[in-house]
Structures are given as C-alpha cells and as structure tokens.
Design a protein around this ligand. Structure first.
Ligand SMILES: [Zn+2]
Length: 337
C-alpha cells in the first residue's frame, strides 16, 4: 500500500509505501492502514509543524463512500469494514474520506493528471483487471449502488471465455495486462512471458505477438466504443500496466476506435499521467474536498497555506497490480506519458 502527505493542490509533500500484508488476514490489513496513517500524520506534524487536517483513503472492491464503509474486497477478505470511522478515531477526530481505488485514481487523473481541465472524461486502467472511472464536472460518478464504471465486465465477445463475475466474454478477459500476459505466454510457450514481453515482441515484428496484441486491441476498442457511445467523454485516459507499452498500444488503439465510430464524437485518447501515485493523490484531493466543504463553519481558523496544510492519505493496492506477480505494471512512481 501507498501513502502520502498532499498539499491543497494535490502536490505530493511526502510519500511512503509498505507491504499490504494481506497474508496476515483482513484485520491485520485494517490495523496496518491505521498504523500507516497515524505514523504519516506524526511525520507531517514533525516535518511541517502541523499535523494533517484531513485524511483520505482509497480501497479496492465495493465501497460505500457515503457511509464510509468498505463493503467487500475479495483480495483483502473484507466485509463491511467501517474504515472511515476507524481512521477518524485513530487520527484524533479529523475528517476522513473513503473512496473506491479506481474512482479515486480517476479523480486525480481528471483534476491534476492527463484529464486536467476536461469536464467529461473516462479513466480506464488496464491492470490485473480492467475498471473505469467516469468523470463529470470535477467529480467521479459512483452509480446508485457504487458499481458505475465497471467497463471490464462489459461483454465484448458474447459466449467467450468465462469470467469470475459469472458472465462470458468480458472485456477484461481479453484486454487486461493479465489477459495479454496469459495469451502471450501460451502463444510463445514461455510460461514466464508477460504483457511487457509481448509489447517488445510486437515492436520487433514478431507475427505471433502481433496476433495476440491485435486481439487485445480489438477487444479493447469494442469495449471503449460502447463506453464512449454511452458517455460521450471529451478525454479517454488509459492507464495501468498495459499502457506502459506507450505508442505500441496507443497508435493501433486510436486507429481501432476511429474505425468503429460512425456518428459518435471521437474523444482524445491519452495515456494516464500519474502512474501508480494516482490513488494516493486522489485520496489527498478527497481529503481536501472535505475541508473545502467545511470552510464556511471554520472561518475563524488561520488560513491554510500550501506548506502547512497537509492531508494524510493511504491507498492500499490502488491497482492491485503491485502485489500481483502476474502483472506487468512496474511499481515505479515515475509518471509515463
Ligand atoms: Zn466479468
């Protein structure tokens, strides 16, 4: 998991990461997050002379942001964890925001990353799975039940490969970094080969790799065209491990989307800019949003400045890719364009 201290404009003041420790069980992960946030807050008080004034946390799975509850996370073994309350208690009663990992990352990409200034965007990270964040006027749409944006489970190949979600032919079975890794490992006969290796083979003109890559790009374009037909985004931000392939992905993807649209307006299709810090930065933005909302009643408080106002944020496994040995996403924090 990753954590950071963030200034009001999303500037990264300090960041740290440590193992999520999911092998120690669901309670230990919760305890780990609380400890991490508390340590970070203490560090901030020491370093900047003032502790964090709000906190944000982004978690995978099903999240009830309104109630502050992590409802379900298969890979962490969580059910109904009242994370917002627990964290607020641990951090001395400061306001805490809880968000869904991909929507939180999308919030950051939309406000201060690749979608900066766009009133409508769709953020789609291609990692172990595929998810989506629908950005509308500076916020991210969660849906009526917290399920909005699940583009990875849009069926693009009816009757195709079974998906753990219960459907067949879901987009993420074909175009996630994991799916491409698996397809390339089978095609080239090396069980260790992954999506990054496939991209390299594509670049060197390997015909088998080109076939695997084309299948993935076609499926992805089918899914994205469904999404843009419904949402009409101005910018389509593609991130995650597979986007690390750069133009090897983006050039054929833009072509494939362009070939499919008829009446729809083509959005700009751009790589994510924030890498795996997006979740942390988004959690920081959510925390600052809480303070902005509370501002009218806090009028007597001394004015916050960029250097003294900090928000503690912790984002466990914001892409789930950093802890997944089959993923191709590097754990670097360097943004790639
Ligand atoms: Zn599915």
């Amino acid at each position: 998991m990753k954590a950071a201290l963030a200034g009001p404009g999303g500037e990264l003041l300090h960041q740290a990461r440590r193992a999520t420790g999911r092998e120690r069980g669901p309670e230990a992960v919760v305890a780990g997050i609380l400890d991490f946030a508390a340590e970070l807050r203490a560090y901030g008080a020491d370093r900047f002379g003032e502790p964090a004034r709000a906190a944000g946390v982004a978690v995978p799975g099903i999240v009830d942001a309104e109630q502050g509850v992590a409802v379900y996370a298969a890979n962490l073994g969580w059910r109904d964890v009242p994370l917002r309350g627990l964290l607020g208690e641990r951090l001395g009663g400061i306001p805490v925001a809880l968000g869904h990992d991909v929507r939180t990352g999308g919030l950051a990409e939309g406000r201060i990353g690749a979608g900066r200034g766009a009133d409508r965007f769709l953020f789609v990270p291609l990692g172990t799975g595929i998810a989506g964040a629908i950005g509308i006027d500076g916020r991210v749409e969660a849906g009526a039940h917290g399920f909005a944006g699940e583009i990875g489970h849009v069926v693009v190949r009816p009757g195709g490969i079974a998906c753990p979600c219960g459907q067949r032919g879901c987009l993420e079975r074909f175009a996630s970094a994991s799916a491409v890794s698996q397809a390339w490992a089978e095609a080239c006969g090396d069980p260790e080969a992954d999506a990054a290796d496939c991209a390299k083979a594509v670049e060197s003109g390997d015909a088998r790799a080109l076939a695997v890559w084309r299948d993935a790009v076609d499926a992805l374009a089918d899914g994205l065209v469904t999404a843009l037909t419904l949402l009409d985004p101005r910018v389509l931000i593609i991130g995650g491990g597979l986007a690390e392939a750069g133009e090897t992905l983006f050039t054929p993807l833009r072509d494939a989307v362009r070939r499919r649209v008829t009446f729809q307006k083509l959005p700009e299709i751009v790589p994510a800019a924030l890498g795996d810090t997006a979740g942390c930065l988004g959690a920081g933005l959510m925390a600052w949003d809480l303070l902005d909302t509370a501002a009218p009643t806090a009028g007597a408080a001394p004015a916050a400045t960029a250097t003294t106002g900090t928000a503690a944020t912790a984002a466990p496994t914001d892409t789930a890719s950093t802890a997944d040995p089959t993923s191709t996403a590097p754990t670097t924090v360097t943004p790639r364009r």
